[in-house]
Every structure is written in structure tokens, then in C-alpha cells.
Design a protein around this ligand. Structure first.
Ligand code: AMP
Ligand code: ZN
Length: 446
């Protein structure tokens, strides 16, 4: 077996279940001691930047006020708005000449955001991704196909460098062109794929059309899926389709990209790496007890170019636990409910698309592609849920009963009954990037 490259920081030997054993197996108190040390260093480092100096002044604090880990709450929050207002380089804490890469995400409004990286930042990022992939059993003799967009989207380069750091043969297949993807999977003996969940289901559809059975015709053993919200039901479907485990991967460009959190083989929530981040769950802006849903707030602990303090992610989730049978005591975070920005408010009811997905996936007759459209008809706001059928059928009565049953179960879940339309397989749009699940046409009528 090929061994990890000697340059790997902390790379484990072939037999260890841990990529960075010294940090992955820390006890809770050891994790917290390390976090305090790194938080103090990070806050001092932020003093190199005018934006942070001003924020600290306004909050009446200095780096010396951070004496315990709980003092993180004295620090001001940061938001996407801050990144926009300081566009492009206003939040850099090192000279730009020390940066070697930037990623940018375009928002729907205003300036895009820019995230800068030093060489060390990139190395730490790759280490997080390698740690995740190692955790789910991948080793240097695996073949890793990254079927995710490259370029500014961090899922491409993030997984590329992480998989290379682990030492795998890495295929930068990028997203789309499913026939070519399938050829690569077969010809290169791909054992692991990373893709967004909506793309995996698309890939499987094409495999079916081509008569390729992933269990029989490929060497696949692991899927990493993430970058967009998906339900447990959707994950199960993906696992059944592809015949392998699909591990949830969380990341965001502001933190680095993928790598921030990942499921271990227990699949009981994602371990968020607390040697790299302080994880808080707040609602509205005060910490909530473990188990309660709130907004995920992250503080980076190792970033040089652009540390972010108490960054409000807008993602809603909860803490599931702080220990795990896998031997890692890094906090376990539940799958994301969605972003607060994605919440649909329809006739005063708050609904997350993921709630709708969860119900749809209970019906084996329907596929994984669905679209929620909000319209105004006769001054009344309505929700239309279109979902693709798995198989064509002429049995009109059967379709009607199915539509009725879906509508009924959705009504129980989201407290209002949408119009349900079963549509032919392949008739809804598929995007190569993150799936667009909601189209709001109400504004047109307002
Ligand atoms: P970006 O910075 O463009 O990669 O987007 C980051 C956002 O994608 C996060 O804030 C989440 O809203 C979403 N996201 C990333 N990974 C996941 C995941 N595993 N589950 C749900 N949402 C995710
Ligand atoms: Zn675990």
C-alpha cells in the first residue's frame, strides 16, 4: 500500500483510524485548553486589521480580556455584510503579498465576498479534508473522483488538495458530463466520489440509462456528499442507489470551504473540528443548550490571512453530543435544517424546503428531483410542489391517489396543504451547481 507522503502534517500510519491522532483523540478538557490558547492568539492577530480594531473598540474590549473560553462571547459577531462592506481585502490580517489564493462567492445583492488564504491556510484546509476522508476509511491506495464544480466554488480545489494530501490518486472530474464521469469511474477504478447530493442522483439516473449497476460494475465504496441541505431520507436513497455509505460533509467558503465538519463511520452527526473552530449555537444571539436548534456561529482558530470571529453562518442546526464511540470528542452537529435565508414564509407559516423533501422521499414512487414554486393566485399565496415520478404510468387514478396522499402528509408536516404535481422523470431542471429548490414568483404580483 502507498503510504501518505512524508510531508503530511501529522499523517497517520496505514493502520490508524486517525489522520491526526494527536488532535482527533484529545479529551474535552484538552480540546478546550487548545481552543483557549488559539483563540487568544487569533484575537491578538486580528489587531493587525483596522476593521477588527474598530470593532473591539466599539465593544470596549482588548485581547487581554480573553481569559477563558467563555470570553469568546465578549467578542463581536461578524457577518456576510461585514465581508461585503470590506470588499475586497479589508478584512485581511496579513499583507496581501503573503496570500497565495482567494475564493469569492457572488451574492445575489451587493458586492461579492472574498476569502484570502496564505500558504499555511491552504495547508491546514487540505489537512481538514484529508482528516475527514481518512476518517471514513479512505487510504492512499484509493482512487478519489471529485465530481464537484472547480473554480471559485471551494468544493473543487478544497477536495482536490485534501485528497492529494491524503495521498490518493485524485481525479478532478468536476461537475456534469455524466457519461464521461461514469467512464472514469469504471476505467480508473474510482473508489470514492465527492459530489453535491443532487448531482449524485443525476449520476445514478444516467448509470441506469446506460445499464451500469454501481454495485456490480464499479469499485465504489464511499461517497462524500454536502454543500447543500439534504434530508436523512435523501441520504438513505443515495446509499441505496449507489450501494455505498454516503457521508455528510459541511463546509463554507468563509471558513475555508469543505472540511469544517464531516460524519464519522457512526453517522451520528458531523464532527466539527474544534482544534480549528469554536462552535456556538445561538438563538437569537444567546447560546442555547445542547440539543436546541439555533444559528451556527463559527470562530476560526488557525487562519492567518482572514480569521473570522463569531461568524454568523445563518445555518440552523443543533449540537447532538460532544463524545462519540469512534473515539473523537469533537462536537457532533446535526445535519443543517437549512439557512435562515431559505426559510419560506407562506401565509404566516415558516417552512424549510428540507421538511418537504423529507416527506417526498417517503414515497418510493417519486424520484429525488423536486421544485417548490410559490405563486399568488386570486390574491392568495399558494405553494406548488412538483416532483418527478420514478417510472412513467398511465394509471390516472393511481396518480391521483398518490398526489392526494403526498398532499395530505405534507399538510401534516408543514401545516398547510400545497398543490402537488407529479411530473415525468427528467422534466424538472437540474443545475450543475447547488440545486435550486424554491422559486418564489409571489414578488411579481406584489
Ligand atoms: P459556500 O460558501 O458557497 O460553499 O456555501 C456554504 C453554505 O452551503 C453553508 O453555509 C450551508 O448553507 C451550505 N452547506 C454546505 N454544506 C452543507 C451540508 N452538508 N448540509 C447542508 N448545507 C450545507
Ligand atoms: Zn465519531
Amino acid at each position: 500500500m502507498r503510504q501518505p507522503h512524508p510531508s503530511l502534517t501529522g499523517g497517520a500510519g496505514g493502520g490508524s483510524p486517525f489522520f491526526n491522532p494527536e488532535v482527533e483523540t484529545l479529551s474535552r478538557s484538552e480540546i478546550e485548553a487548545l481552543q483557549l490558547e488559539r483563540l487568544q492568539k487569533t484575537v491578538r492577530h486580528c489587531m493587525n486589521n483596522e476593521f477588527y480594531r474598530k470593532k473591539f473598540d466599539e465593544a470596549g474590549i482588548t485581547p487581554d480580556d480573553i481569559k477563558t473560553l467563555a470570553d469568546v462571547r465578549k467578542l463581536p459577531f461578524t457577518t456576510k455584510q461585514d465581508l461585503r462592506e470590506t470588499y475586497p481585502f479589508g478584512m485581511a490580517c496579513v499583507p496581501i503579498r503573503d496570500c497565495v489564493r482567494l475564493h469569492s462567492s457572488s451574492g445575489t445583492t451587493g458586492n461579492p465576498t472574498v476569502i484570502l488564504h496564505t500558504k499555511k491556510d491552504l495547508d491546514e484546509w487540505a489537512n481538514q479534508v484529508a482528516r475527514n476522508l481518512w476518517m471514513v476509511g479512505l487510504r492512499p491506495d484509493d482512487v478519489f473522483q471529485n465530481s464537484s464544480g472547480y473554480g471559485m466554488f471551494t468544493g473543487g480545489l478544497g477536495f482536490q488538495y485534501g485528497a492529494e494530501k491524503l495521498g490518493m490518486l485524485t481525479v478532478p472530474a468536476a461537475a456534469g458530463n455524466s457519461l464521461r464521469q461514469i467512464k472514469f469511474i469504471k476505467d480508473f477504478g474510482t473508489t470514492a466520489i465527492h459530489a453535491i447530493p443532487s448531482y449524485v442522483t443525476r449520476l445514478y439516473e444516467v448509470m441506469q440509462q446506460e445499464g451500469v449497476d454501481p454495485r456490480r460494475d464499479t469499485k465504489l465504496k464511499v461517497l462524500a456528499i454536502g454543500a447543500e441541505p439534504h434530508s436523512e431520507e435523501q441520504r438513505k436513497r443515495i446509499e441505496e442507489m449507489m450501494g455505498v455509505k454516503a457521508y455528510n460533509s459541511f463546509g463554507m467558503s468563509e471558513m475555508c470551504g469543505p472540511g469544517v465538519g464531516f460524519e464519522c463511520p457512526e453517522q451520528n452527526g458531523m464532527h466539527f473540528w474544534e482544534d480549528y473552530y469554536i462552535v456556538e449555537i445561538v438563538n437569537p444571539l444567546e447560546p442555547v443548550p445542547d440539543g436546541e436548534i439555533g444559528e451556527l456561529v463559527l470562530t476560526t482558530l488557525c487562519r492567518e490571512a482572514m480569521p473570522l470571529l463569531r461568524y454568523r453562518t445563518r445555518d440552523l442546526t443543533r449540537v447532538l453530543g460532544r463524545t462519540c464511540p469512534c473515539g473523537r470528542n469533537h462536537v457532533r452537529i446535526d445535519r443543517m435544517r437549512g439557512r435562515s435565508d431559505d426559510m419560506i414564509v407562506l401565509r404566516g407559516v415558516n417552512i424549510f424546503p428540507i421538511q418537504i423533501e423529507k416527506i417526498l422521499m417517503k414515497f418510493p414512487e417519486v424520484g429525488t428531483n423536486y421544485l417548490i414554486t410559490l405563486v399568488t393566485e386570486d390574491n392568495n399565496d399558494q405553494m406548488i410542489v412538483e416532483v418527478e415520478l420514478n417510472e412513467g404510468t398511465d394509471d390516472f387514478a393511481k396518480l391521483q391517489t398518490l398526489e392526494k396522499e403526498i398532499r395530505h402528509q405534507l399538510g401534516d408536516e408543514i401545516l398547510l396543504k400545497p398543490i402537488v404535481k407529479l411530473v415525468a422523470k427528467g422534466s424538472l431542471p437540474v443545475s450543475e451547481g447547488k440545486a435550486v429548490r424554491v422559486v418564489d414568483k409571489r414578488k411579481v404580483y406584489q
